[in-house]
Design a protein around this ligand. Sequence first.
Ligand code: PHE
Length: 451
Amino acid sequence: MEQRAHWGSRLGFILAAAGSAVGLGNIWKFPYITGENGGGAFVAIYLLCVALVGLPVMVAEVLIGRSTQSSPVRAFHKLAGAGSGWVGMGWLGVAASFVILSFYSVVAGWSLHYTYLSLTGFTVNLEPSQFEPLFQSAFSSPTLNIGWHTVFMGLTMAVVLGGVAKGVERWSRILMPGLLLMMLILLINGFTLDGFGKAVDFMFGFRTDKLTAAGALEALGHAFFSLSLGMGAMLTYGSYLRKDDDIMGASITITVLDTAIAIAASMILFPLLFTQNMEAAQGPGLVFISIPIAFAQMPGGAFLAPIFFGLLVFAALTSAIAMLEVTTSSFIDVQNWTRKKATLFAGGLIFVIGIPSALSGGTDLFGADLEAVIGKNWFDAFDYLASNWMLPLGGLGIAIYTAWRMNEAIRHDHFLAGSKLQVFYKAWLFLLKFLVPVGIILVFLQAVGLI
Ligand code: PHE
């Protein structure tokens, strides 16, 4: 049997894992759901969810990965035994990565399309009123959607084919600093705009009247999505760690980075909106309709627009790499396939599953029937299924397994190994035992309409 692949360095793991966490969830979704939920209060609840639920689950996932040196399916095989129902948790993770990546790639495709458009100067050539029809026509074009979906999945597969250190890690080392640099340029721009003060007030002014149960629960679901939890991505990346790496320390770094970048993305987008006197609650069209309008109306917009859409592409790519790595590494572990065979098979299958999502905005070949039955098109149905059900369920399983079933000696030993943060062990275990399961079950109750 081949020896387990490992990261080339501790920084490599942190960059790859942060790359997995920082994605469309931070730059596209977090600002628009914050906008829809009225700002400050939602942000405060989100921060609590990240610290009290997200961080403990991340530590648990990485710990399961490192202690078993395996991808999700084989990890539960090793821990709980081949016939155990826990192995199903591993498969759930693989299924979730299929579902999420299939529609994620379509949104990433729009980002590629908009990078191309902004490089060819669309913010200069179009009137503000033309951006909404532009997005609608791109969204409903089968050729564009399938074309960019193909390009994006191709890029993702090319990186994963390179393996752990030479593919995932190497590209994370290039893409993540690039991403941070682009963010910095845009953030400095946001800081100079008139709308900056209003954006600060919107993001950090705590208005209790904006607090709702649905918003709080959306915050929890998004914490899972944004931190890449509940589908075995952090578990898989953790499986490439060596025993002397500090799991708690690395998890804190990744969580803080992910959260800081979501907030920074909001501090890039809201000043742009407020300077143009636009509303915060723009919904999913925020990044693809409102932001191009803002760029079109400001000096320097033609220069900043490609930077912004390039940033989206970089962020999406490092997240997609993590999702494909979950399935690839599972096929390598479970079927004993070569990396090449596993990547081509998993990537190819995800590409095919993504086709109905890519067609969702257009003729709606498949989605039409589905929409009549469940009231959602294919794309929305996948997003809903994955974010509201599969990830929280995965997170619940991981928390319960680690806190209630895992051998105490292994758990304790792996938490302490290489860590200076041993004092957190008891607090971590306490959160994982009680608060995390209760929080997740609340999400489920809300989703089925019981609360
Ligand atoms: N965390 C990524 C984002 O915010 C999405 C993701 C989810 C990536 C699960 C990997 C695994 O966009």
